[in-house]
Design a binder for this molecule. Structure first.
Ligand SMILES: Nc1nc2c(ncn2[C@@H]2O[C@H](COP(=O)(O)OP(=O)(O)OP(=O)(O)O)[C@@H](O)[C@H]2O)c(=O)[nH]1
Ligand SMILES: [Zn+2]
Ligand SMILES: [Zn+2]
Length: 282
């Protein structure tokens, strides 16, 4: 996750000395060159994730990284809880679609909206670093959409979504789709107030992605395995991909789909309908 990676947030106030956890950290740019501590594997490869913080940041102790991360997450979670309360009050099922760039999130949303729009109110929040292309693709379906551009930011956070909700009418007793920035890493760590994270993996990306980017697959309740229309043209081991996803997250629901051909879309729509029904009862 990128809470201390230069993701556009101002972490400067956390760079004051923290009692008991080491010297003052100078602003980035004037830091002495600090070497990161990596563990060496049997092959001599480097692994930076074995400390208690799960990552290394030059010039920061593990404790400082943990404290900065906890601070950012605590703030994010306050906004996420407010978003969640708004969704609950309106009976909205909020789904956070996460994936690497180009897995087919927007295409899937366009096809999903075409099939669901007559049954439920729908709205979409789109996240990208730049352009309103995706929001325009959604608006072309007739569904309301609001684009969030994160600039240099690499994920949506709950405060961004809360601001978007000031400008976008929530679809009462319907579905709010949030398409996150294409990034298979840090969107996993940010609660937006959604009911579920839905990870989209396309078959062109390779069956090893759940093992390489486990946080995302651990955080998701559903994996949409998209572009299965391309399987005849690829060397992609579907069974191995499912096994990798379940090794990371035994409870994950896996739905093979093709936004292109429509294969598997009914199972996806059924899953959404069940989520809406559960929301109505809850
Ligand atoms: N063959 C095939 N192509 C697909 C499918 N779904 C999407 N694509 C193609 O994949 C490309 C990327 O699709 P997008 O929907 O823009 O992907 P995205 O995940 O929204 O991309 P970002 O928002 O940039 O992260 C486009 O060329 C789509 O036409 C599918 O099911 N089958
Ligand atoms: Zn998109
Ligand atoms: Zn990020």
């Amino acid at each position: 996750m990128c809470e201390v990676c230069g993701c556009g947030h101002d972490h400067s106030e956390r760079r004051r000395p923290v009692p008991g956890i080491g010297p003052q950290v100078k602003p980035v740019g004037r830091l002495p060159l600090a070497r990161k501590r990596a563990e060496s594997t049997g092959q001599g490869d480097l692994h930076y994730g074995h400390g208690p913080a799960g990552t290394e940041v030059p010039g920061l102790s593990q404790q400082q990284v943990i404290e900065i991360g906890a601070d950012i997450m605590a703030r994010n979670d306050c906004h996420a809880e407010r978003n969640r309360a708004q969704f609950a009050a309106m009976g909205v099922l909020a789904l956070n679609l996460v994936s690497s760039p180009g897995s087919g999130k927007t295409t899937l949303l366009v096809e999903t909206i075409a099939r669901l729009r007559a049954r439920y109110p729908i709205a979409v929040i789109e996240g990208d670093q730049q352009t309103s292309n995706d929001a325009e693709r959604i608006r072309a379906t007739g569904a309301p959409a609001l684009q969030i551009n994160t600039g240099k930011g690499c994920h949506l956070d709950a405060a961004m979504v809360e601001q978007a909700l000031d400008r976008l009418s929530l679809p009462e007793r319907g579905v709010l789709f949030i398409e996150n920035v294409g990034n298979l890493v840090c969107p996993a760590g940010f609660d937006l107030g959604e009911a579920h994270k839905v990870v989209v993996l396309s078959v062109t990306e390779g069956e090893d992605k759940p093992l390489k980017y486990p946080d995302m697959f651990a955080a998701a309740d559903v994996m949409l395995l998209n572009k299965v229309d391309l399987l005849p043209h690829l060397r992609f081991d579907l069974a191995a991909c499912c096994e990798h996803a379940r090794r990371v997250n035994p409870a994950i629901r896996i739905l093979p789909v093709s936004a292109w051909s429509g294969e598997g879309m009914d199972a996806w729509l059924d899953w959404i309908a069940q989520g809406l029904a559960a929301r109505a009862i809850g």
